[in-house]
Design a protein around this ligand. Structure first.
Ligand SMILES: [Zn+2]
Length: 202
Protein backbone atom coordinates (compact mmCIF):
# COMPACT_ATOMS: atom_id res chain seq x y z
CA UNK A 1 0.00 0.00 0.00
CA UNK A 2 2.81 2.36 0.87
CA UNK A 3 4.35 1.78 -2.53
CA UNK A 4 1.12 2.71 -4.27
CA UNK A 5 0.81 5.88 -2.16
CA UNK A 6 4.27 7.00 -3.09
CA UNK A 7 3.62 6.19 -6.75
CA UNK A 8 0.55 8.40 -6.64
CA UNK A 9 2.34 11.23 -4.98
CA UNK A 10 5.74 11.19 -6.65
CA UNK A 11 5.97 11.55 -10.40
CA UNK A 12 8.41 9.59 -12.54
CA UNK A 13 12.02 10.44 -11.77
CA UNK A 14 11.28 11.73 -8.25
CA UNK A 15 10.88 9.86 -5.01
CA UNK A 16 10.45 10.44 -1.30
CA UNK A 17 14.23 10.87 -1.04
CA UNK A 18 13.99 14.11 -3.08
CA UNK A 19 11.75 15.79 -0.52
CA UNK A 20 13.70 15.60 2.75
CA UNK A 21 14.13 19.36 3.30
CA UNK A 22 11.04 19.78 5.44
CA UNK A 23 9.84 22.77 3.38
CA UNK A 24 9.02 23.10 -0.35
CA UNK A 25 11.53 25.95 -0.73
CA UNK A 26 14.37 23.82 0.64
CA UNK A 27 13.30 20.89 -1.52
CA UNK A 28 13.44 23.27 -4.50
CA UNK A 29 16.96 24.41 -3.62
CA UNK A 30 17.83 20.71 -3.21
CA UNK A 31 17.07 19.92 -6.88
CA UNK A 32 20.74 19.17 -7.60
CA UNK A 33 22.18 15.66 -7.56
CA UNK A 34 25.75 16.42 -6.45
CA UNK A 35 27.03 14.34 -3.54
CA UNK A 36 29.64 16.95 -2.54
CA UNK A 37 29.76 20.73 -2.18
CA UNK A 38 29.34 21.53 -5.86
CA UNK A 39 26.01 22.35 -7.46
CA UNK A 40 26.71 21.24 -11.01
CA UNK A 41 24.34 18.32 -11.47
CA UNK A 42 20.99 19.96 -12.11
CA UNK A 43 17.84 17.88 -11.76
CA UNK A 44 15.39 20.41 -13.20
CA UNK A 45 16.98 20.99 -16.61
CA UNK A 46 13.64 21.19 -18.42
CA UNK A 47 10.04 22.07 -17.71
CA UNK A 48 8.91 18.47 -17.66
CA UNK A 49 11.26 17.85 -14.71
CA UNK A 50 10.04 21.00 -12.93
CA UNK A 51 6.40 19.97 -13.31
CA UNK A 52 7.06 16.42 -12.13
CA UNK A 53 9.06 17.72 -9.18
CA UNK A 54 6.15 20.01 -8.24
CA UNK A 55 3.75 17.06 -8.07
CA UNK A 56 5.44 15.74 -4.93
CA UNK A 57 6.71 19.01 -3.47
CA UNK A 58 3.67 20.52 -1.77
CA UNK A 59 4.62 23.85 -3.35
CA UNK A 60 1.15 24.38 -4.79
CA UNK A 61 -2.30 23.27 -3.74
CA UNK A 62 -4.02 20.66 -5.91
CA UNK A 63 -6.13 23.36 -7.56
CA UNK A 64 -3.10 25.56 -8.24
CA UNK A 65 -1.14 22.65 -9.64
CA UNK A 66 -4.00 21.80 -12.03
CA UNK A 67 -4.18 25.46 -13.13
CA UNK A 68 -0.40 25.57 -13.69
CA UNK A 69 -0.55 22.41 -15.82
CA UNK A 70 -3.34 23.74 -18.00
CA UNK A 71 -1.25 25.95 -20.29
CA UNK A 72 2.35 24.69 -20.56
CA UNK A 73 3.04 27.19 -23.39
CA UNK A 74 3.48 29.90 -20.72
CA UNK A 75 6.68 28.18 -19.57
CA UNK A 76 9.56 29.06 -21.91
CA UNK A 77 13.37 28.85 -21.82
CA UNK A 78 13.71 32.38 -20.46
CA UNK A 79 11.50 31.60 -17.49
CA UNK A 80 13.39 28.36 -16.83
CA UNK A 81 16.67 30.30 -16.77
CA UNK A 82 15.09 32.82 -14.39
CA UNK A 83 13.94 29.99 -12.14
CA UNK A 84 17.47 28.56 -12.03
CA UNK A 85 18.97 31.97 -11.20
CA UNK A 86 16.49 32.44 -8.40
CA UNK A 87 17.21 28.96 -7.04
CA UNK A 88 20.92 29.80 -6.76
CA UNK A 89 20.14 33.20 -5.23
CA UNK A 90 17.94 31.49 -2.65
CA UNK A 91 20.75 28.97 -2.11
CA UNK A 92 23.19 31.78 -1.26
CA UNK A 93 20.66 33.32 1.12
CA UNK A 94 20.03 30.04 2.94
CA UNK A 95 23.77 29.39 3.13
CA UNK A 96 24.22 32.69 4.95
CA UNK A 97 21.38 31.86 7.33
CA UNK A 98 22.49 28.28 8.03
CA UNK A 99 26.00 29.48 8.88
CA UNK A 100 25.14 31.10 12.17
CA UNK A 101 28.29 33.23 12.19
CA UNK A 102 26.75 35.28 9.37
CA UNK A 103 23.28 36.73 9.56
CA UNK A 104 22.87 36.20 5.83
CA UNK A 105 21.01 39.47 5.64
CA UNK A 106 22.71 40.78 2.49
CA UNK A 107 21.95 37.70 0.43
CA UNK A 108 18.42 37.58 1.84
CA UNK A 109 17.81 41.19 0.81
CA UNK A 110 18.78 40.28 -2.76
CA UNK A 111 15.65 38.09 -2.90
CA UNK A 112 13.38 41.01 -2.13
CA UNK A 113 12.69 42.27 -5.69
CA UNK A 114 11.47 38.81 -6.78
CA UNK A 115 9.28 38.49 -3.69
CA UNK A 116 7.87 41.97 -4.18
CA UNK A 117 7.11 41.29 -7.87
CA UNK A 118 5.44 37.99 -6.98
CA UNK A 119 3.20 39.74 -4.44
CA UNK A 120 2.36 42.40 -7.02
CA UNK A 121 1.08 39.73 -9.41
CA UNK A 122 -0.34 37.44 -6.75
CA UNK A 123 -3.56 37.28 -4.78
CA UNK A 124 -3.80 37.29 -1.00
CA UNK A 125 -6.44 34.75 -0.20
CA UNK A 126 -7.49 32.29 2.43
CA UNK A 127 -8.85 28.82 2.82
CA UNK A 128 -10.69 28.65 6.12
CA UNK A 129 -8.54 30.71 8.46
CA UNK A 130 -5.27 30.11 6.68
CA UNK A 131 -4.22 33.04 4.55
CA UNK A 132 -1.38 33.20 2.10
CA UNK A 133 -0.16 34.70 -1.14
CA UNK A 134 -1.14 32.76 -4.22
CA UNK A 135 0.70 33.13 -7.53
CA UNK A 136 -1.14 34.16 -10.69
CA UNK A 137 -1.40 30.89 -12.67
CA UNK A 138 -1.88 32.85 -15.93
CA UNK A 139 1.41 34.75 -15.66
CA UNK A 140 4.51 33.45 -17.47
CA UNK A 141 6.34 34.17 -14.22
CA UNK A 142 4.08 31.89 -12.18
CA UNK A 143 6.67 29.26 -11.17
CA UNK A 144 9.18 31.86 -10.03
CA UNK A 145 6.37 33.66 -8.20
CA UNK A 146 5.22 30.45 -6.50
CA UNK A 147 8.75 29.82 -5.21
CA UNK A 148 9.38 33.46 -4.25
CA UNK A 149 6.15 33.61 -2.22
CA UNK A 150 7.06 30.44 -0.35
CA UNK A 151 10.57 31.81 0.26
CA UNK A 152 8.96 34.84 1.90
CA UNK A 153 6.79 32.55 4.02
CA UNK A 154 9.80 30.44 5.02
CA UNK A 155 11.91 33.46 5.99
CA UNK A 156 9.21 34.69 8.36
CA UNK A 157 8.66 31.25 9.91
CA UNK A 158 10.17 29.69 13.02
CA UNK A 159 11.81 27.11 10.77
CA UNK A 160 14.59 29.57 9.88
CA UNK A 161 16.33 29.03 13.23
CA UNK A 162 16.37 25.28 12.55
CA UNK A 163 17.77 25.61 9.04
CA UNK A 164 20.84 23.39 8.51
CA UNK A 165 22.98 22.33 5.60
CA UNK A 166 24.05 18.72 5.09
CA UNK A 167 27.64 18.13 6.20
CA UNK A 168 28.34 16.37 2.95
CA UNK A 169 26.28 17.87 0.11
CA UNK A 170 24.66 21.27 -0.53
CA UNK A 171 21.13 20.24 0.47
CA UNK A 172 19.32 22.11 3.22
CA UNK A 173 16.83 20.83 5.76
CA UNK A 174 14.88 21.96 8.79
CA UNK A 175 16.23 20.15 11.83
CA UNK A 176 13.13 19.40 13.85
CA UNK A 177 14.84 16.78 16.03
CA UNK A 178 16.06 17.17 19.58
CA UNK A 179 19.48 16.44 21.01
CA UNK A 180 22.68 16.42 19.03
CA UNK A 181 20.98 17.43 15.80
CA UNK A 182 20.73 16.07 12.33
CA UNK A 183 23.92 16.27 10.27
CA UNK A 184 22.87 14.80 6.97
CA UNK A 185 20.18 15.57 4.43
CA UNK A 186 19.31 11.87 4.52
CA UNK A 187 20.84 8.92 6.40
CA UNK A 188 20.10 6.70 3.38
CA UNK A 189 22.42 8.72 1.14
CA UNK A 190 24.90 11.19 2.65
CA UNK A 191 24.75 9.69 6.14
CA UNK A 192 25.66 6.24 4.89
CA UNK A 193 28.36 7.54 2.56
CA UNK A 194 29.94 9.48 5.40
CA UNK A 195 29.84 6.44 7.68
CA UNK A 196 31.43 4.27 4.99
CA UNK A 197 34.22 6.82 4.51
CA UNK A 198 34.87 7.07 8.24
CA UNK A 199 35.10 3.26 8.35
CA UNK A 200 37.62 3.18 5.47
CA UNK A 201 39.77 5.82 7.21
CA UNK A 202 40.10 3.76 10.36
ZN1 LIG B 1 23.50 15.45 1.84
Amino acid sequence: MVIRDSQDRYAEGWSEADYVGGHPVLDFINTVADTGKTRLSDKIGNWDAVRKWACGAGLLSKGELAAFMQDPSLDDDGELARLHRFREQAYEAMLGLADRADSGSQSVIRLEPSIRDAMGRGVFSGEGRRFRWQPDACSPRRWLDAIALRVEEFLRSEDVVRLRQCNRCTWFFVDRGRGAGRRWCDMRTCGNRAKAEAFRCR
